[in-house]
Design a protein around this ligand. Structure first.
Ligand code: B4P
Length: 194
């Protein structure tokens, strides 16, 4: 099973992905976490990614696509499936993912799309900035990430809707438990028997 957790910065992708991972026994692949780990070990990729992330820009597809290809390959046949968190973030990445999966006769089975007003998202990210000091949680980087999301990432949802993939739209306002209750109810009919 291949699921995507999709949403703007601060919508709770990482938070909800951890819960879906436990509930459905899917491997959790977060591109944000992979890039932060690369940055921490100061690899060539990590240093380039860190510079872009700090400004709120997306990391180029040429860097992300091979990482996802390798990670999906590693997990093939070893887990019930994979939940991708933060990938694809552009229509080009979505097409690359679809092509990788199609080679094995697979496709994206469901998309969980978290939705919340920008004001709420900015408030959450500024709160995280105060607590965790993530380099991309500055006000300027947050504004840029929101812009990138609306211009380049939001069209990914239309890509999957157009391909007939079930998309569960979830109101991401409320506590993590409240949001997860909605995710859980929406996923039930999409994953039963898989
Ligand atoms: P991510 O790590 O995916 O960053 P994010 O969008 O902020 O999501 P995250 O999972 O961290 O936060 P969440 O919404 O769960 O990516 C970081 C950067 O990496 C990107 O900006 C980009 O530069 C690069 N990147 C990653 N993937 C890429 C790709 N495919 N292509 C190109 N570039 C890529 O949570 C946010 C905060 O809200 C947290 O503090 C959380 O505790 C809080 N929160 C969550 N749910 C809440 C709730 N219900 N109520 C209150 N607070 C809540």
């Amino acid at each position: 099973m291949i699921g995507l957790i999709f949403g703007p910065p601060g919508s709770g992708k990482g938070t909800q992905a951890a819960r879906i991972h436990s509930e459905l026994d899917l491997a959790h692949l977060s591109t944000g976490e992979i890039l932060r780990a690369e940055a921490a070990r100061r690899s060539e990729l990590g240093l380039e990614a860190a510079r872009l992330m700090k400004e709120g820009h997306l990391v180029p597809d040429r860097l992300l696509v091979p990482i996802i290809r390798a990670r999906l390959q590693e997990r093939r046949g070893r887990t019930r499936g994979v939940l991708l968190d933060g990938f694809p973030r552009t229509v080009e990445q979505a097409r690359a993912l679809d092509a990788m999966l199609a080679k094995d006769g697979r496709r994206v089975d469901f998309v969980v799309a978290l939705e919340a007003p920008d004001e709420l998202l900015v408030k959450r990210l500024l709160h995280r900035a105060a607590v965790e000091h993530r380099p991309d949680d500055t006000e300027a980087a947050i504004q840029e990430r929101m812009k990138e999301y609306h211009q380049r990432t939001a069209p990914v949802l239309e890509h999957y809707r157009g391909a007939g993939v079930p998309v569960a739209e979830i109101d991401a306002a409320g506590s993590p438990d409240e949001v997860f209750a909605r995710v859980h109810d929406a996923l039930q009919p999409l994953t039963v028997g898989k």
